[in-house]
Design a protein around this ligand. Structure first.
Ligand code: SAM
Length: 315
């Protein structure tokens, strides 16, 4: 390894930029980190609507902190941006109702007396700043170090302060995150509320299994969990999508970042382990909030029809 010239190594990295590896890392503008910015931009667009399903005022702060196409998008100056397409319109609706779902979920967990909240793959989730948390609430935010750093600095520069005690746990969720969480003061003897929003597709199936097992092991009775999950595409369809994306020069945008694997549907996995689960297909959630459901044969319809939001309470 040490005998390979650095120039060769960086060339390899450029050529293979779209290949996920076991220990890959990223910041907010690269690889999986950029997906956090993409969904934040969708939330910022949702907040501009006259009837938003959720308002995240900090999503705009992140877009403006990065600038370029992300600021242009919010100013209506990025007509070519993927969020400015028919697919993008549905994606923004999706993010609006998804944000609403997890906000309502946390409110219910807080009303149930839970005071430890765990954001797995927190990304640019600003709930630690924008929701009104009850006295004594601690929010644990897990993600890669550079993603958490960007969020902290952008919000500090904006003058925003957390609305609860917020603890960053800079860790890769493919590694020993339960130890890192406990080392940050998480108490497994007390009930907790967990979310995995926009995460599972970026983890291989074995890691999804470890993630669920870690939650189950650390969750005291009375704990809550909510996850977003997607049924994988047929392998041939997935491969074709990856190639399409590469041919368009967008190889680090989406299909090359996801694993297209599902270990087990969350409602079944948690259900057989003593959790009371409620799965909600995303199209139902869109209809419930008065948003259109895209045609199943369309690009957006194929994505949205495969997604479910699942919440559960440990008995
Ligand atoms: N949950 C946030 C939201 O909905 O706004 C962020 C979702 S974003 C689509 C995906 C996030 O997963 C990114 O912030 C990324 O850094 C994080 N992520 C994916 N794989 C991860 C891993 N192995 N370890 C830590 N974070 C990971």
């Amino acid at each position: 390894m040490s005998s390979v010239p650095i120039s060769r190594l960086s060339a390899c990295r450029r050529i293979n930029a779209y290949v996920r590896t076991e220990d890959d890392t990223w910041d907010i503008k690269t690889s999986v980190g950029s997906t956090a910015l993409f969904v934040a931009a969708a939330r910022a667009l949702e907040a501009q609507k006259p009837d938003p399903a959720a308002v995240d005022p900090y999503a705009e702060v992140f877009c403006r902190a990065v600038g370029g196409e992300w600021a242009d998008l919010l100013d209506g100056n990025a007509p070519e941006h993927p969020l400015n397409t028919e697919f993008g319109d549905h994606f923004v609706n999706f993010q609006g109702v998804r944000t609403n779902y997890f906000d309502v979920y946390f409110q219910a967990a807080a009303a149930d007396g839970v005071r430890q909240m765990v954001l797995l793959a927190a990304g640019l989730d600003s709930r630690g700043y924008r929701l009104a948390w009850r006295e004594g609430t601690v929010i644990f935010e897990l993600d890669q170090p550079q993603v958490l750093e960007f969020k902290r600095e952008a919000l500090a520069q904006h003058g925003a302060a957390p609305s609860a005690e917020r603890r960053e746990v800079a860790v890769d969720l493919r590694h020993d995150w339960p130890t890192a969480l406990r080392d940050s003061g998480f108490d497994p003897a007390k009930p907790s509320a967990w979310i995995a929003e926009g995460l599972l597709i970026y983890l291989p199936a074995t890691t999804q299994h470890q993630l669920f097992s870690g939650i189950d092991a650390l969750a005291a009775p009375g704990s809550h969990v909510a996850v977003e999950e997607a049924v994988p595409l047929e392998p041939d369809t997935f491969q074709a999508k990856k190639e399409e994306e590469r041919a368009a020069g967008n190889e680090d945008k989406f299909f090359s970042l996801v694993y297209n694997e599902q270990h087990a549907p969350a409602h079944e996995w948690f259900g057989v382990r003593g959790w009371r689960t409620v799965p909600t297909p995303l199209p139902d959630q869109l209809r419930a909030l008065g948003r259109p459901v895209p045609e199943p044969g369309s690009e957006a319809g194929a994505m949205i029809g495969n997604i479910s939001l699942v919440s559960a309470i440990k008995k």
